[in-house]
Design a protein around this ligand. Sequence first.
Ligand code: SF4
Length: 791
Amino acid sequence: MRRRYFLKTLGATTAGIAAFSCADRDEALRRGDDGGALADADLKWTKAPCRYCGTGCGVEVGVKDGRVMAVRGDVKSPVNRGLLCVKGYHLPGMLYGEDRLEHPMLRDGRRWRRISWDEALDLIAAKYQEALDQSGPESVAIYGSGQWTVFDGYAATKWFRGGLGSNNVEPNARLCMASAVTGFMTQFQSDEPMGCYEDFEAGDDFVLWGNNMAEMHPVLFSRILANKRDNPGVRIIDIATRRTPSTDYADMYVEFAPNSDLALANGILHLLLRDGKVTQAFVRENVIFKRGIEDLARIGYGCWGEDGLAADPSAGPAERYLFRDQGRDSSLAELERFLADYTPERVSEISGVPVQQIHALADIYGDPGRGTVSLWCMGVNQHTRGTWMNNLITDLHLITGKISRPGANPFSLTGQPSACGTVREVGTLAHRLPADMVVMNAEHRAKAEEIWGLPAGTIPERPGYHTMDMFRAFMRGDVKVMWTQTTNPWVSIPNLNRIQREPGDGRFLVVSDIYPTPTTEVADLVLPSAAWVEREGVFGNSERRTQHWEKAVDPPGEATEDAWQIIQVAKRMGMEHLFPWPDDDWHEPMYEEYRRFTLGLGKDVASYEQLKQTRGLLWPVVDGVETRYRYAAGYDPYVQKDRGVHFYKAKGYGEKAAFWLRPWHPPAESPDEEYPFWLCTGRVLEHWHTGSMTRRVKQLHQAVTEGYVELNRADAQRLSIGPGEMVRVVSRRGSLELPAKVDGRGKPPQGSVFIPFFDESRLANTLTLDAMDNISKEPDFKKCAVRIERV
Ligand code: SF4
């Protein structure tokens, strides 16, 4: 094994979550787990962010003989200060799976034929041109990722919007954080959190809303645990639908019935108002009240019709953005009337949360002497009312003035390494342009056209297909050519049976990836991509930190970076003007062009030169100085020193933040006699998303080898199911056989089951429901009804 230095680090890293807490750091150092024992090795070290999650841990990559031989946590990184989780410690293995894709491969009937890059790129250009000529710009699409580097996303959005005249650019991040985007945009008219990771040391109470941080953001969780160890008064409150490793560290566990979190948040607000806990001066100065459409029949549950188009059955295919929220002005007095229904007793009935716990939560948020940090991720975002739930969590902070100061913030976490940097900041959602701009706004389009040197009117006004509609349009044949990069939709799209295809169906699917996946299996052309440090890159993490890395090793075979692939196709289509930089020196000029979008708007990303020298910087970066707390005097250069908090981006709200009144609605599908269990899907510590990388890493694969279904012990006994026995999980959309897990790492309550989605041989999304939030268009992977059968 050539990875001897890397393997030296393995012993302690598969031990579990607690192994990565700060409390164990000294012990880890003694063992040399952070690379200390490798210091003498003949390795060339270079910095990079971790390839996996949105935490954005800094790693140092040790290279020898053209191979990544080791990684160690970067002690200079302000994100992780030398720590990594088990996935991070095993990063090199991700590059060296035996079945890396190395050459372009074209489907030839049932077989694959190796072709040259020139043939592949010519073919893609020809297919796109043919679709454009015959069916127009609506018939082409590109589906990328929150794992796209800034370069990949920028190249895609510029090519599509500025070259092909199509807004059919979407990322898989629609599936994971679109509701956070619409949450921030509806409240601050600017995306992304105001706080930073220093909140984890500065806060007193950490409220996890449906967020298993111990497994999904373990390094950040370890920072909270370190704070708690040093300050015994620090509390962790775990609000969840099942017990997880995060629960083990919680001071209070609040279990709510699936989908009832909106009722619970309104119940807390009810008590804050009733008990006079509103911070009146802050609210008067900084908050306006808004109320949107609440009629269930109008907002619906997104793509639930058989044609999958919209909540309104009368809507045609063109009406993809049929639902538009229409906010009207509201007031504190109206809020009081609105909340009258959300008494602790009624909320307890809806949610199953004991009345005293609702009071305890109101006491936590309402205590002006303690800093409260609310944290959330998929549990809140993947929700048919995800935008509303994002709004309600932020409302709790607005009404109590606990916002934009150290240790007191609503803080949404992201799952992918550049969901913020590439998707939200570069603007790769179907309606977006860089720096929070949107294609529907004429001034925004004009600014993009000016920076891109394009004639006025080049960028189309109409948003493209959002993810759910894009795949349906592909299945209908309305989209004729689609290119996916750095993502695995034939595992990750909900209700997978709806998008099964046979190649040769008249559409053309190009897939760029680093390994074979179920998505490459249904492709017509597969392209080999360079991964992580096999190319130069920039990611943006959950706390607004932009991080750069240099290429450290060559990719295998003929693999190339995704942005290069896009640029070459664009050039073949006569769009050289979009990418006018030399083939061997385009990263920096492309980034600096992108940076022009951000300057002077409170979104200023750091210069390329500064990124190269640092462990990333938090935007806005003005005069070379990063911003730890947005909207806060003394931190944010856009706020006057004596201004306190100033939500200066919210021009349409008089530079105040919007508090939205949002009701609780019942879920799209609930358990009944035929399907009596709730199904929740999600991730596990060892595997990242669809497992296409982590399942190639021997140690991670050995730690969790296959998908399973977690059952409550009482349910298992009632159904005579023993641990490890195969069960069949059946929903209205499909069925799946898996081994049962009882009293494992996660413990669902009676009547609920949980399935991780990393195992491509047991596709959890054959069961899930493709209902979605009709504001964010993000589907709900967390709630549908199933039954359990013994096999
Ligand atoms: Fe850090 Fe996330 Fe990578 Fe783990 S997976 S090392 S938490 S960035």
